[in-house]
Design a protein around this ligand. Structure first.
Ligand SMILES: CC(C)(COP(=O)(O)OP(=O)(O)OC[C@H]1O[C@@H](n2cnc3c(N)ncnc32)[C@H](O)[C@@H]1OP(=O)(O)O)[C@@H](O)C(=O)NCCC(=O)NCCS
Length: 157
């Protein structure tokens, strides 16, 4: 524990508390006004796309749309179904759904492998940076796609 004087103490907690959330809800609008000169909407909307073969879930693309951008957190296709276009379809639908929710661009991070690079660059993503030793000491790549396609995502096949 650290004592900063006048009875102020900093310490680490195991979870984000309701009090911390209330504190941020109160203080962020003030900070936004100072930083950006206006109140801003930071509502995060889930972007979730699934692929089913009959009843079986065989792939997902999951992320969020927030503040005019989207972040693709996960794209995963069941191993036996990889390499047949499903991952590409999921990412396309993810981008279209994110655009419907107001995102103008999509960011993601993926392992720095030749196959991942090929996959995302074919889909129109452009490398922004290599993130050295990002997760578990492995290099990752930060990608951006902009603009996003204007096609409809809802009810797509
Ligand atoms: C990456 C992944 C989502 C691609 O989905 P997919 O349905 O296999 O992809 P598509 O058939 O649309 O496109 C094929 C391309 O995907 C990439 N790909 C396929 N299998 C892959 C794998 N196991 N790992 C990494 N990339 C792969 C390759 O670039 C491939 O092109 P190539 O045949 O020229 O090598 C899928 O392979 C997967 O779920 N991999 C494991 C999880 C993962 O790495 N997710 C991405 C983390 S950011």
């Amino acid at each position: 524990m650290q004592d900063l004087g006048a009875g102020t103490v900093c310490r680490a907690l195991d979870t984000e508390t309701p009090e911390a959330r209330r504190f941020m809800a109160r203080e962020w609008p003030l900070a936004d006004r100072r930083l950006f000169g206006e109140d801003l909407d930071w509502t995060s909307r889930p972007v979730v796309v699934e692929a089913r073969a009959g009843r079986e879930l065989v792939g997902v693309a999951v992320g969020e749309a927030v503040a005019g951008m989207a972040r693709l957190h996960d794209v995963l296709v069941a191993e036996p179904r990889q390499g047949h276009g499903l991952g590409s379809r999921l990412v396309e639908l993810f981008c279209a759904r994110a655009a419907e929710l107001g995102a103008g661009r999509c960011f993601l991070r993926c392992p720095d492998t030749a196959r991942h690079r090929r996959f995302y660059e074919r889909l129109g993503f452009v490398q922004l940076a290599v993130l050295p030793r990002y997760y578990h000491g492995r290099d990752f790549v930060e990608y951006l796609r902009e603009p996003l396609p204007a096609q409809r995502a809802s009810g797509a096949r």
